[in-house]
Write a protein that binds this ligand. Sequence first.
Ligand SMILES: C[S@@+](CC[C@H](N)C(=O)[O-])C[C@H]1O[C@@H](n2cnc3c(N)ncnc32)[C@H](O)[C@@H]1O
Length: 221
Amino acid sequence: MPANSRQVSSNQRHIHANLATVVDRHLGAPYRRPPAQHSVTAYAQLQQRLNESELPLILDSFCGTGHSTAALAQCYPEHLVVGIDKSGQRLARHRAQACDNYLLLQADCEDIWQLLVRDGHRCIRHFLFYPNPWPKARHLQRRVHGHGSFPLLLQLGGDIMLRSNWQIYVEEFGVAMHLAGRAGKVGRVPDGPAMTLFEQKYRGSGHPLWQFTAAAPAVTC
Ligand SMILES: C[S@@+](CC[C@H](N)C(=O)[O-])C[C@H]1O[C@@H](n2cnc3c(N)ncnc32)[C@H](O)[C@@H]1O
């Protein structure tokens, strides 16, 4: 991947003025869009894996080529790591790894989240590396935290890590999580080997990289 990517440019200088209104509205209304048929078909593969094993589930949403999915599968051998991306072109560029505890699905993340929640599944960790920033202010509701499916992400639970090369995106995500009662930390991505191909490209282009992390909510009896 060429290392000359441009920084995110936006007509927003701060977190979106409507963020709290949009998040509150979505938190108060269940997401009802029926999943697309291609996502339902992809989900059938996941259902089969979940039926076959009791491994805890890790999600790698917006996984692109699945580079991070395979890396996570190596880091977490006793888990099932599931990468989800809607782009068949990106997934076709995946370089298969020897470990067999991961699965790549060509599907819309919000559909898979919805189907998992419907069937009572929860994840132990959820990674969201560099989702599309949708930097125009009018596109707030296309961002993960401004989308109607945001409550599903919360229902799936688990430790959450989201990364972006746009600081405002990560700050907005952090505020949305806080509004939802899942406060976490916003900070810089530590130096180290790149988790994803986009991370590698952004690092190579000198972009500051940001992340939000939150531990899973404590279980109360
Ligand atoms: C900027 S790329 C990041 C890919 C990868 N995480 C990385 O860091 O290399 C964003 C990815 O999100 C995918 N995507 C966007 N909207 C999606 C959705 N609703 N469901 C699934 N994938 C989506 C795109 O196809 C693209 O591969």
